[in-house]
Design a protein around this ligand. Structure first.
Ligand code: CIR
Length: 410
């Protein structure tokens, strides 16, 4: 593996994938703050961990190397200077109003000598109840609110798909839609700047977390070595797609076209991969609710640094076939044609498959109607239970970040 990242498709045999095992951050979810933290319910941590461990095991049994974000970040803190810099950056983005509180928390975090323990603590968040005694002097300190956290947890981190995205040999370090998820991108920054696996290696950056417009990895799909698809969604805006496209063409990552899929701004399908995934050379899942209204724009380089943007006036099948140089493609519908089953199973990530080799995917077992349709289409399914994991509104693709896929041979 000369280059540490190699992702020129959605379907090439998966060799290395990054996950995050859900931890104590899920126990810091409370009903009053679920919406702000982008959750719909509170998963039972022990069961969620069992389901997640099983997901990792299924991947490993298929020969996939599983690495964990929390280990990579810990291994990136290679010396004291980087460790302190990490703590300072984490605290500067943690939304702490009081200087005295910030200093106390800094003392607390600096005292944690084990890097993994430190990283886990930053993910879990800090309750007011854990706060050591300190002198209350400033007005900010005196105006203590009922809010129970000094630092919010990061419960969405097990959706490793979103805070950065791999494409070609490069990475898009994202600027997220919500404050709660923007903090997650600090981890990607440290991994790519300092982890021995990536630091000093050829990893072009095609998007930066300091950009002001938002983009998330669930919207970034690699359809082929030539074509990317990017969702225009609740989470990703048009300006970001243009910036990403310009960077990709300028840095010559190999891609010569970006297809922007306008799926509208809805919570229930916040990213393109909640309604559309690629599972074989010519097979895709699709949620029927977006199919009719879907607008697709092709973005190609003009050659002078500018972009040529064209609205594609054809069916999705024809557009995909045209850009993937195929005679035809097959769309496999979530809910298998029944609108109630489609809505229910999309909500539970029935369209969110993780492809581990052409025509072979990992799916939640609960989406029985969609899974039958996939089987009928000749797709090989590996089932995982996810009753607790799904409460965060994400499926197997959302919970995984491919770092290396074998290149396709045809
Ligand atoms: N790619 C994805 O669709 N990821 C799922 C993200 C779910 C998370 N609760 C969120 O709202 O961001």
């Amino acid at each position: 593996m000369s280059k540490p990242i190699n992702v020129f498709s959605e379907i090439g045999k998966l060799k290395t994938v990054m996950l995050h095992r859900p931890g104590k951050e899920l126990e810091n979810l409370m009903p009053d703050y679920l919406e702000r933290l982008l959750f719909d319910d509170i998963p039972f941590l022990e069961q969620a961990q069992k389901e997640h461990d099983n997901f990792a095991e299924v991947l490993q049994k298929k020969g996939v190397e599983v690495v964990y974000l929390e280990d990579l970040v810990a291994e990136s803190l290679t010396n004291e200077e980087i460790r302190i810099q990490f703590i300072d950056q984490y605290l500067s983005e943690a939304g702490i109003g009081s200087h005295a509180v910030k200093e106390k928390i800094k003392e607390m975090l600096t005292a944690i000598k084990d890097e993994r323990e430190l990283v886990d603590k930053t993910i879990a968040g800090i309750q007011k109840a854990e706060m050591p005694e300190y002198n209350v002097e400033s007005l900010t300190d005196m105006m203590e609110s009922d809010y129970p956290f000094i630092i919010d947890p990061m419960p969405n981190l097990y959706f490793t798909r979103d805070n950065f995205a791999t494409m070609g040999n490069g990475v898009s370090l994202n600027h997220m839609y919500s404050v709660t998820r923007q903090r997650e991108t600090i981890y990607g920054q440290y991994i790519f700047d300092y982890h021995p696996r990536f630091a000093g290696k050829e990893v072009p950056k095609v998007y930066d977390r300091n950009n002001t417009t938002r983009i998330e990895g669930g919207d970034e799909l690699v359809l082929s070595k030539d074509v990317l698809a990017v969702g225009l969604s609740q989470r990703t805006e048009a300006a970001s797609i243009e910036k990403l496209a310009k960077n990709i063409f300028e840095q010559e990552l190999g891609f010569n076209c970006v297809l922007a899929f306008n799926i509208g701004e809805y919570r229930k399908f916040m990213h393109l991969d909640t309604v559309f995934t690629m599972i074989d050379y010519d097979k895709f899942t699709i949620h029927p609710e977006i199919e009719g209204a879907l607008e697709v724009y092709s973005i190609t380089p003009k050659g002078n640094g500018e972009l040529k943007i064209t609205r594609e006036e054809d069916t999705l099948e024809h557009i995909l076939a045209k850009y993937l140089n195929l005679d035809s493609v097959q769309l496999i519908r979530c809910g298998d044609g029944n609108i109630t089953a489609a809505a229910r199973e999309q909500w539970n990530d029935g369209s969110n498959t993780l492809t581990i080799a052409p025509g072979e995917v990992i799916v939640y077992d609960r989406n029985t109607v969609t899974n039958k349709a996939l089987e009928r289409a000749g797709v090989k399914l590996n089932y995982i239970p996810g009753s607790e994991l799904v409460r965060g509104r994400g499926g197997p693709r959302c919970m995984s970040m491919p770092l290396y896929r074998e290149d396709l041979t045809k």
